[in-house]
Write a protein that binds this ligand. Sequence first.
Ligand SMILES: C[S@@+](CC[C@H](N)C(=O)[O-])C[C@H]1O[C@@H](n2cnc3c(N)ncnc32)[C@H](O)[C@@H]1O
Length: 495
Amino acid sequence: MTASSSPSLAQSLHVWARNASNESALLRTALRVGLFDALPLEGTAAPASLDALARKLGTSARGTRSLLELLVCLGFARMDDANGFSLATSTSAFLADAGFRARLQAELPWWEPMGLLDEAVKRGEPVEHAGARWDVLQHYRELFLDSQPLSATPGAEDFFDRFARGAARTQLLVTAGRLGVLELLATAPRSLTELGAATYLSTTGLRVLVEVLAKLGLVREEGGAWKPSEEARPILEGKALAYLVRALSVSARYWEALGRLEETVRTERFILDLKDPETSRLFYADNSQQITAVFASHFQLSRKAAETLAQVRAMDGAQVLDIGTGSGVWGAAFARVTPTSRVTYFDQAVVLEQVRSNLERLKVADRARFWPGDLFTHDFGTQAFDVIILPQVLNVLRPETLPDLFARVSRALKPDGVLLIAEYVLNERRDGPLEHLYFGLRRFMTNEGDLLSASEYASLLKDVGLTSTVCIPLPTQEMILASRDGVTLPKSLAA
Ligand SMILES: C[S@@+](CC[C@H](N)C(=O)[O-])C[C@H]1O[C@@H](n2cnc3c(N)ncnc32)[C@H](O)[C@@H]1O
């Protein structure tokens, strides 16, 4: 990577907080299930189909695909036009080195002990796990502070970094956020003694924490006190820090399931099973609060979508249904853009409590109807709505349940009604964008939905009579609009 294309600290932090642990889990799982060894080497043997690979490895086809699509996107594997997969020559070159392989293997058992970093920092001692003592602080020193080059083969160091240090970075930031160290460092320069007095954490633990934070470019030492680096200052202040800490707390919820991803890829046993009603209730009640905290930025997106639709069709008095509303941010945008519209907010009862207070704040609660129910079975009625929104909710449903939901939604639309899907839509090869694929890996891991390409959506929607579809990119996701023939759909976002 050239200097000019190096990511900024803010970009790196975005990756460390959200996707670095997904990436480490992906690579560890691919190694553990034998995927790298099962892939034919590019250019020397015929590429293998997904089904052949899953059969050979005894793994779930969907789980194997979740790994492969990411490996292709990252350049560690290749996919040809007939969806045949092979191992990139460059990947094979460093994985053929027995010493390098041994170093990767040695990293594998550290996932669970690293999850105990809070405890290690508090006590400044090795932690107990599975009947043994693990010196997690020393492990961090070896990974970040005293590390030596492992291999001269091109790509090997980068692979090791993603495999071992990625997750370690996420966990270190989670710990520094959760124990209040990031906030203390952001507000005033502090020595280790002052940090220790404010947090009751061990000096040994704090030293490792701040020295690794310094290695990541987030803090620096001046006159015996630690403070944010120049570049980190805007990222660690006020709202930005609160936003970062929230993103870290979301990542922390996936730690155990990521560490045991091998089990899920082999047998579809879900460690964090969001199809379990109680787990889903707790997870999404918390999620609704999280997305409420970023309501303003999501609202810009949903309002733009509502304005886009209002430009091509009369929305006066429109009946709008927002399914899986979460924070209410999509339905509320339609209510604000057309003050005569009436919006029905559908979700689990526990989530609707949060939605109500958001709508009161936006002064649209008087035109709201709250509809608690289970989206897997709910009857949404017949020809009742002008617009139905499915905002970031299809990724909750397992793929085999989509046709049934689309049939219920299509029935509930008026003949000239429009369905609006906001989702992470994959490219037609299903090998990108990278962030979407990481999101998809988490949805597989939590027994939820699959991400689809625009043509895969169009085909499912055609089956329920929604024959006309357009896919319009939004800043962080995509919007699919669908209707019956003859209904005008916008072609691009409102200016
Ligand atoms: C990923 S969130 C999307 C939230 C919101 N639409 C947004 O764009 O921010 C998915 C929503 O689906 C809801 N959901 C999940 N399973 C459900 C079920 N079985 N019945 C009703 N709602 C469900 C969750 O409560 C959650 O609010």
